[in-house]
Ligand binder design. Structure first.
Ligand SMILES: N[C@@H](CCC(=O)N[C@@H](CS)C(=O)NCC(=O)O)C(=O)O
Length: 222
């Protein structure tokens, strides 16, 4: 049994689970994972018995005889960055780090129209015109964020991620990448290259491969 244990939801749709799982993978630490099929009452009950919120993701870390629980994707990213500094989950430069934290927070509490009009459906592909003006504005804002990060830091650092090497911010935006792919959102070459980076990543692919063999989701309750 590993010291780290993550509870996640349906891989096809649980964007918050993916946001925590990817940085956890990037630490290189071994971990156990439990898929919570939260639409099933017995699974929801199990989650409620371990999680203060009854939501995924939840990280449990056995450390120095204690059991540390961290819930909420962004808190998990922060905890991993603190606990495993060698993984460099935030940029070292304070200005880059401030930008990375700001865009991660912006993702965490914003982009509601984008989330509503382009729900995560990891394995589906159905391009469509995005008519909603607020969702269009969100898409433009995401593209602006990615371009700024790549122009100001990523490209200068030499790696393909927003800040060069992988950070929590890349995890936060990974589900948005899948939405753009699912709905065929067209972007500029810098953003398209970033989408290619995210979708070609071995850890992202591992999540996707597992999603393909997971049993289908239970239907949403009426
Ligand atoms: N703010 C939380 C959101 C967590 C969340 O809403 N998780 C969803 C799955 S993506 C969930 O647990 N849904 C199950 C339920 O509400 O019963 C985070 O960032 O982790």
């Amino acid at each position: 049994m590993a010291d780290l244990h993550v509870y996640i939801g349906y891989r096809e749709v649980s964007s918050w689970s993916l946001r925590a799982w990817l940085p956890l993978k990037k630490t290189g630490m071994p971990f156990d994972e439990t898929l919570i099929r939260y639409r099933l009452p017995e699974h929801k009950q199990r989650l409620l018995s371990v999680s203060p919120t009854g939501k995924v993701p939840l990280l449990v870390h056995r450390r120095d005889g204690a059991e540390i629980k961290v819930w909420d994707s962004i808190a998990i990213g922060e905890y991993l960055a603190d606990s495993f500094p060698g993984a460099r989950l935030w940029p070292a430069d304070p200005v880059a780090r401030a930008f990375a934290r700001s865009i991660s927070a912006e993702m965490h509490n914003g982009f509601r129209p984008l989330r509503d009009h382009l729900p995560m459906a990891l394995l589906e592909r159905h391009p469509k015109a995005i008519d909603d003006v607020d969702a269009q504005a969100d898409i433009a804002r995401v593209a602006e964020i990615w371009r700024q990060a790549r122009d100001n830091w990523g490209r200068k650092q030499g790696g393909p991620w927003l800040f060069g090497h992988y950070t929590v911010a890349d995890g936060m935006y990974a589900p948005i990448v899948t939405r753009f792919r699912t709905y065929g959102v067209e972007l500029d070459p810098i953003c398209e290259a970033y989408i290619e980076t995210v979708t070609a990543d071995a850890d992202f692919r591992a999540w996707e491969a597992q999603a393909e063999i997971d049993p289908p989701q239970e239907p949403l309750p009426d």
